[in-house]
Design a protein around this ligand. Sequence first.
Ligand SMILES: Cc1ncc(COP(=O)(O)O)c(C=O)c1O
Length: 411
Amino acid sequence: MSATLQPLDLAAVRRDFPLLSRQLRGKPVVYLDSAVSGQMPLPVIERMNLYQREQHTNVHRGVSTLSQEATDFYEAAREKVRRFLNAKSVRELVWTRGTTEAINLVAQTFGRQRVQAGDEILLSAMEHHANIVPWQMLAEEKGATLKVIPMTDAGELILEALDDLLTDRTKLVGVVHVSNVLGTVNPVKEIIARAHAKGIPVLVDGAQAVPHLQVDVQDLDADFYVFSGHKLSGPTGIGVLYGKLAHLEAMPPWHGGGNMIRSVTWEKTTYMAAPGKFEAGTPPIAAAIGLGAAIDYIAALGLERIAAQEHALLTYATERLAAIPAVRILGTAKNKASVLSFVVEGIHPHDLGSLLDGDGVVVRAGHHCAQPVMARFNVPATTRASFAYFNTHAEVDALVTAVIRAIELFK
Ligand SMILES: Cc1ncc(COP(=O)(O)O)c(C=O)c1O
């Protein structure tokens, strides 16, 4: 944190989230589940509301003032994403439904073009299912193999293994920037550089990174970078695929239909240039505009101040939970974002999650769509608290008190 960094005005920030003043089962809600989906602040909700009430029609169609206006708002949101990621051009940004759809798009176009029988796709040991299953489907179709970069017990990737794993058969590396289970911030820039040294492209799953870290796709030199709006204080139903223009231009379209064509005859269809050729059909216009508003909101708070607040919460929560003898924290990497997974001896995470819920504390209990991570740590599931910039130290106390109460109950 720089010396002059003013902390966030938490009381003011919290007023932007009406859900935070709700009661759950008679208790104030303590929302510690932003990694599953973030809450939307009022300015985002109001921006979408205004669009729906007064500005809606379809985009990229027709000459009406309304249609041009809607198109301008929608494309302005793409420009906001461009600035947010520091992409070179808006042409490198494809709207998708979310991270999952973005990865499937890459697998079924770029992947399908490049991967052949006997080839390898290299993923990290801490991927979300969204960055495993699309590649597994492709590997099955093509007769290719998935390989895995292993990790330590602390939840850090073992990069010494990388040079051996990157072979002349590796056609793509897929790596998560921040693990949704362990919170590890992976050294993606280094991984990309090492893959590029062998001419191998890299896709980065940024779903859990963009809410916490300043991401610069040019500095990272990522070939593809993907994320979802709903984890970035925006709405569901919208996400982003960043791809280097040369890749997007060389990739075939994915879904066919309206909006993505230059001309259609019974004999042949020609396609728009990127990103249009990947955006068939009517897009989620309000959601895209909402994501633009979320990026404005985050920028106004400042990612550096957001990260400072979340880091303080993570440190405090880690210290307090680690002090409870029955608690084991999973993921103790040196560089972590505000995701805290733990197990409590003798209590199944689902039971713990239900008990915490009874105290108004909302966390996620389960395998977090990362069953290989559960297998690696030999647990069926974990309980995961994830902190956003609107959370407070008092809410961490509420979590710890509820965990202690649960342990007492199970004694
Ligand atoms: C690391 C990571 N990747 C991918 C996803 C999938 O995101 P979505 O369901 O928004 O497509 C998630 C969601 O939890 C995630 O945490």
